[in-house]
Ligand binder design. Structure first.
Ligand code: SF4
Length: 1015
């Protein structure tokens, strides 16, 4: 049975055969699915799949459509199809195919990439051929001038305007004449290199279709398409509509056209999209119209606000398919912009704590600078994972970062900071702390050469440092001799940057879908430079000029490759903080729309930086629109508000500060009136005061008043003595693992501890009687043999290949040695102070004020002479006896210091916190607390170390024993304080650790601002 049967409206689109069709498809109405089903229905009726042409505007949409069509075909026909049998294409790739006349052999057209375009631009600017009279020399050298000028030229080409036509129009207009001059030279250089950009492909295809004898016309007729489906038609430009008209004019038989579009979502006018094409096509192709109105994505509460905008096209508006779906749209008015950022942070944290996955949340900005960074940082500081920023996604990709760092390091030679960055890259794989220690030790020894420092203090990593340094030498050779392309290739090979793909090994920051493509883009850019920069750059360090130029312009190149209007890769986790443009086609449970301020959303109309008023008038008079202004600009703003709202499945929070950074009042956006004026139970209008955690001051309904924003809360039944210790070591790590409940990796360090605990639990479940052990040596041998057996069984169970990594093998042998010592100590203790084991891994509840601490005690023994011993196994090393370290901690507390995140080394409090629960459960007094440190003292081969603390009864004991008053202080001054901090709902309760050694095995290093970053 079909889990999503088509709605009546979808079925009408799928079945329509009587003439050309224009489908008004609003957000969430399943247009891709409907087109895919229409495709499958046509095939089921006998139309050959290769007689159906589907055109989309982006590769992402084409891939999605192709997958959906293949799925529906498989379901309806029961058999699969090769992708090559389908014509699901972007406009540009289809035009390339047309121009080739369908001949695959000529399909090696050189594309004018943005990097090549910049190289040509620089060549022209350096050529001396340009004589610009309306621009200063300083302006023309700027990167912004290049961007603006190339944008205008691209818009002109999108409307079919040639350099010659612009030259003709420019008579008497010096500014237009200057641009025409640049346009002419750019076109000449492009033609000389036989390069084409996407717009050239469309323009050339239109020209070719006007020639009856062209290969394009012949191929199109042979292809015999019977149906043409065009997706997202509101994003088409003028020339793309001309292309479709030209195709129809030469095709016999004339196919049926089906256009799908939604002018309300037309947010690419700024790039030259012409939503007027939708109305134009309706007339030109005599289309019948059908709507898709059932919105399966958003709650009606969200749609009511979105649809309230009177300027929207009513034909494409939608209603919720499930009227019962709950949702809300809230407006918050924090006082300042800082308050606004904090309010957004708190709203997001609240959702995450309530169970919304971070990737189900988006913060959508009209203007990304500087709020994208501010909000992302605030969220990261609050411990909420944030997906790499769209543009930064490229920079932050671990593969790209490794190549860029390597290139910069080659150019600057021995920069220690770059070495650290390169070696700590997760793919290159050296331990950050080891690398830092190696450099520190090297510097202390008076060394200056980073490679010598690394050699003499080799850091641990995925490969020996000597291997890495040999590989680095090959990179250095390539830097001196190779082209930019060969150099990047060498770096990728020598640093083994594709290891995660080859080994299928998940690496933090590596996206198996995006990272190889990004490396590919970087290689292509290097190839562009290898083909000649035309730059008279003098050689540097003996390397080639093109390599020097390539490295010198890395930032610009990466800026061109990273598209800020693209969302972060789908596979990455974290809250999306991005532009509204980047969110097109995506959906989220919770959407935040910051800065709902008049002048921001809607944005003020801004004058074009390049064109004068006169130039714009000249162009407009000639029917050419290269500058979005007036009504068009305003309509785009309405569409952006509509798109932002309709990304939400359930809840929307719009925010607008009352005053700017200088205290000037900010005017609320006219769009906000839709939130205040739409009535309904599921919508709320909140006036929020400036205080960060302030309660909402007024609400439009009682239900909202009953639900003030929730602060961060830790359910106290999850707090345990181990949790108390974890909090003391790093409150931020505690927040990630116990409040946000983010999964922690099972790293080597914790595996050692887990195996140790498991082995001892199994051993002491069998061996409980240590009062009647007989001869100590025999007992020790017996215990050691039994422990060896259990270790072998446990490590075989946890290591899939029976051997594991070298580190795992080492730790297994180490564990065996320690347990051998433990067996001897056990037998000796049984002789001197007999005892019996009462319980292993015993659940204990310690009542403590109004809170109960739940935890597991490793072992509880009863001494033959009376009283209990609590034992705790430690896989780490001993750093000082409990009483001494505890008293040091009390001194710090008494001096007004916080120990949270910065405790005295070796402060372990679990056993003390267990005392009340153990005494209650076993109706006896705890006489002693034992920590067994299986890695002994802080030296390489030290023996098992036991830290025993006597617990004194009231009025007894000596200076070395723990007094009842001290037990009370642990509860009162430490545990109770943690409970209070966790309960108060402030992020300031969770500072990061002070000492970076805490971070060595931490799973949250990628999302954490780092040790010492948050006090
Ligand atoms: S990386 Fe360090 S500071 Fe951050 S959570 Fe982990 S241990 Fe704490």
């Amino acid at each position: 049975m079909d889990p999503f049967p088509p709605t009546t409206q979808q079925q009408a689109v799928i079945a329509h055969r009587s003439g050309n069709l224009l489908v008004f498809a609003g957000p969430g109405t399943g247009k891709t699915e409907t087109l895919a089903r229409r495709f499958a229905a046509l095939v089921a009726e006998g139309v050959a799949p290769n007689r159906i042409l589907v055109l989309t505007f982006s590769r992402r949409s084409a891939d999605e459509m192709r997958d959906r069509v293949l799925l529906r075909l498989r379901q309806s026909t029961g058999s699969g199809l090769a992708v090559s049998e389908l014509f699901v294409k972007t406009f540009h790739s289809f035009c390339g195919r047309l121009l080739d006349g369908g001949d695959a052999r000529v399909r090696s057209r050189a594309l004018l990439t943005p990097v090549k375009e910049r190289l040509i631009w620089r060549r022209i600017m350096r050529s001396g051929l340009l004589v610009l009279s309306s621009f200063d020399a300083g302006v023309t050298e700027s990167s912004q001038f290049a961007t603006d000028c190339l944008n205008v030229i691209a818009h002109l080409k999108g409307q079919g305007v040639t350099a010659q036509r612009l030259t003709d129009l420019a008579r008497g207009d010096v500014r237009l004449a200057d641009i025409a001059q640049i346009f002419t030279l750019m076109e000449a250089e492009r033609a000389r290199g036989e390069l084409r950009d996407y717009r050239d492909l469309v323009n050339e295809a239109v020209v070719a279709l006007g020639d009856e004898r062209s290969a394009a016309v012949r191929w199109l007729r042979d292809a015999g398409f019977l149906h043409v489906l065009v997706d997202e038609f509101q994003d088409s430009d003028v020339m793309q509509l001309h292309l479709l008209e030209a195709m129809r004019a030469v095709m016999t038989p004339v196919p049926l056209f089906c256009f799908v579009g939604d002018v309300n979502q037309s947010i690419y006018r700024f790039r030259g999209a012409s939503p007027g094409n939708v109305a134009a096509a309706r007339v030109a192709f005599a289309c019948q119209t059908l709507p898709l109105r059932d919105n399966r994505r958003s709650a009606q509460a969200v749609l009511d606000v979105a649809n309230a905008d009177a300027s929207l096209d009513r034909d494409s508006l939608t209603t919720a398919a499930d009227p019962e779906k709950r949702g809300s749209v809230r407006l918050a008015r924090p006082h300042t912009t800082d308050d606004e950022v904090r309010a957004i942070r708190d709203a997001v944290v609240e959702k995450v704590v309530a169970g919304t996955p971070p990737r189900g949340i988006a913060v959508l900005l009209r203007q990304t600078r500087p709020y994208q960074e501010l909000i992302s940082s605030a969220l990261a500081l609050a411990g909420v994972p944030v997906a790499a920023l769209p543009a930064a996604g490229f920079h932050e990709d671990v593969c790209v970062d490794a190549v860029l760092t390597a290139l910069r390091l080659l150019a600057t030679k021995e920069d220690e900071r770059l070495w650290r960055r390169l070696l700590a890259n997760p793919i290159v794989g050296f331990r950050q702390i080891d690398v830092r220690l190696a450099f520190d030790a090297g510097r202390r020894a008076g060394m200056t050469d980073p490679r010598a420092m690394l050699r003499s203090n080799p850091p641990g990593g995925l490969r020996p440092i000597s291997d890495l340094l040999t590989a680095w030498k090959h990179c250095g050779d390539a830097y001196l001799k190779a082209t930019p392309f060969e150099l990047v290739q060498t770096i990728i090979y020598e640093l083994d940057l594709l290891r995660p793909v080859r080994e299928g090994d998940p690496v933090s920051g590596f996206d198996p879908n995006a990272s190889p493509l990004r490396l590919d883009a970087l290689l292509a850019a290097a190839q562009d430079y290898s083909e000649g920069t035309g730059a008279p750059v003098s050689a540097h360090h003996g390397s080639r000029p093109d390599v020097v130029e390539f490295i010198a312009r890395l930032d610009e190149t990466v800026g061109l490759l990273a598209d800020a209007t693209q969302p972060p890769p789908g596979g990455t986790d974290g809250v999306r903080v991005m532009s509204i443009h980047a969110a097109k086609g995506l959906e989220f449970d919770f959407v935040v729309i910051p800065r709902l301020i008049d002048g921001i959303l809607p944005a003020d109309e801004r004058p074009n930086r390049l064109l004068t008023t006169r130039s714009i008038r000249t162009l407009t008079g000639a029917g050419i629109s290269v500058f979005l202004g007036g009504d068009e600009a305003r309509r785009e703003e309405h569409s952006l508000w509509y798109v932002a709202l309709t990304r939400s499945r359930k809840d929307v929070l719009a925010t607008a500060a009352r005053v700017d950074d200088e205290g000037v009042d900010l005017e609320l956006s006219p769009f906000a009136s839709a939130i205040a004026h739409t009535a309904g139970e599921a919508r709320e209008h909140i006036e929020q005061d400036a205080s960060l955690h302030g309660q909402a001051r007024s609400h439009t309904n009682d239900r909202a008043a009953a639900a003030p924003p929730r602060a961060i809360r830790l359910p106290m039944d999850t707090l345990s003595p181990t949790g108390v210790s974890a909090f003391i070591d790093c409150p931020r790590r505690f927040f990630y693992s116990r409040v946000l409940r983010l999964p922690a990796d099972d790293d080597d360090a914790t595996r050692y501890g887990q195996t140790l605990h498991q082995v001892l639990r199994r051993f002491h479940e069998i061996e409980t009687d240590f009062e009647h052990v007989g001869h100590a040596d025999d007992a020790a041998a017996r215990y050691a043999a039994r422990l060896r057996e259990i270790v072998a069984e446990e490590t075989a169970a946890t290591s899939a290949d029976g051997e594991g990594t070298p580190l795992a093998r080492f730790e297994r042998e180490d564990l065996g040695r320690r347990l051998e010592q433990y067996a001897g100590r056990l037998a000796a203790e049984a002789t001197s102070e007999p005892f019996s084991v009462l319980a292993c891994e015993c659940d204990v509840v310690s009542p403590f004020g109004r809170v109960a601490l739940h935890g597991k005690v490793d072992r509880i023994d009863r001494l033959a002479q009376g009283g209990l011993v609590v034992r705790d196994y430690k896989s780490g090393r001993w750093h000082g006896d409990l009483v001494t370290v505890l008293r040091r901690a009390f001194e710090r507390i008494d001096g007004g210091d916080s120990i949270f995140g910065d405790p005295p080394t070796g402060l372990n409090l679990q056993t003390i916190l267990y005392i009340p629960g153990v005494e209650r459960a076993f109706a006896d007094r705890v006489r002693r607390l034992d920590y067994l440190y299986f890695r002994g003292k802080d030296t390489k081969n030290s023996a098992l170390r036991v830290d025993s603390t006597m617990v004194a009864a009231a009025g007894e004991g000596d200076a070395r024993s723990l007094s009842p008053a001290e037990v009370g202080r642990v509860e009162r001054d430490i545990a109770a304080r943690i409970v209070a901090m966790c309960s108060q709902g402030e992020m300031s309760a969770f500072p990061t650790a002070h000492d970076e050694r805490q971070c060595r095995f931490c799973s949250f290093t990628r999302i954490c601002p780092g040790p010492g970053a948050v006090a």
